[in-house]
Design a protein around this ligand. Structure first.
Ligand code: OAD
Length: 233
């Protein structure tokens, strides 16, 4: 049984990270283009750095921990011997990895990594970023200061790992979409790449525009429904 899982902001909501489109949405009053597009970064890099610095700090707050849904996915992967498993997440938090998941593909990037604008080189990152941040590869080189950006996929940029995702979708026997609004492509289109025989399950608090593409739609909190559904597979 090949299992493909797609998670969105809803799986981390119960860990204390607001979703994007909820009332207290993560964009925090900014227009999406201001803080999540290459044009926004060019126009006001200080604002964009501040936005992601706050989120990076919050993610490291001891109160933010994986919840029962993250843990159940990691446990399931550990025990899954009979076929492939891939966990595709749109989340840039690291809660799946911290829960112990191994085969995680963060298609929208990772908050705890930064990338050199010039070379694309990645660095693990826990601190703030600014226009003065020295380049870890050459800290004394003044010309390289401020050449790092969040390793986050912005609108207009291509998500990561699309070929691997499509390959996993084409051979999935079970596809589980958890806590995602089904509004942002290409993630929202993964369900339509799964084969006819695939069992497609959506777990969400509410109906989504993608619900009609699923065989089973389960309404409830991820922390309760994910462990239950995984135990039944
Ligand atoms: P959204 O904020 O769009 O949607 C979150 C979904 O989770 C909603 O459908 C909620 O009903 C559901 N939800 C909330 N709490 C839940 C809970 N406790 N249990 C189950 N479901 C719950 O977040 P995403 O779908 O992840 O992209 O958003 C997709 C992408 O849009 C993000 O990755 C981000 C954003 O623009 C980029 O930044 C590139």
């Amino acid at each position: 049984m090949n299992v493909l899982v797609l998670t969105g902001a809803g799986i981390s909501a119960e860990s204390g990270i607001p979703t994007f489109r909820g009332a207290d949405g993560l964009w925090e009053g900014h227009r999406v283009e201001q803080v999540a597009s290459p044009q926004g970064f060019d126009a006001d890099p200080v604002l964009v750095h501040r936005f992601y610095n706050l989120r990076r700090r919050k993610l490291q707050d001891p109160s933010i921990q994986p919840n029962a849904a993250h843990v159940a996915l990691a446990d399931f992967e550990r025990g899954h011997q009979s076929g492939d498993f891939l966990l595709v997440t749109q989340n840039i938090d690291n809660l799946h990895q911290r829960a112990g998941s191994k085969r995680v593909l963060p298609m929208h990037g990772e908050l705890m990594k930064v990338r050199c604008i010039d070379t694309g080189e990645l660095f693990d990152w826990t601190d703030d970023l600014s226009l003065e941040t020295p380049h870890p590869a050459d800290p004394d080189n003044a010309k390289l200061r401020g050449r790092l950006r969040p390793h986050v996929v912005w609108f207009g940029e291509v998500p990561l790992g699309l070929e691997s995702i499509e390959r996993a979708a084409r051979k999935a026997d079970v596809f589980l979409a958890i806590g995602t609004s089904g509004l942002v492509y290409p993630a929202a289109g993964i369900v339509s790449q799964t084969p006819v025989h695939c069992r497609r399950i959506e777990i969400n608090l509410d109906d989504t525009p993608a619900s009609g593409a699923f065989d089973e739609t389960i309404r409830g909190r991820a922390s309760e429904e994910v462990p239950r559904v995984l135990a039944s597979l």
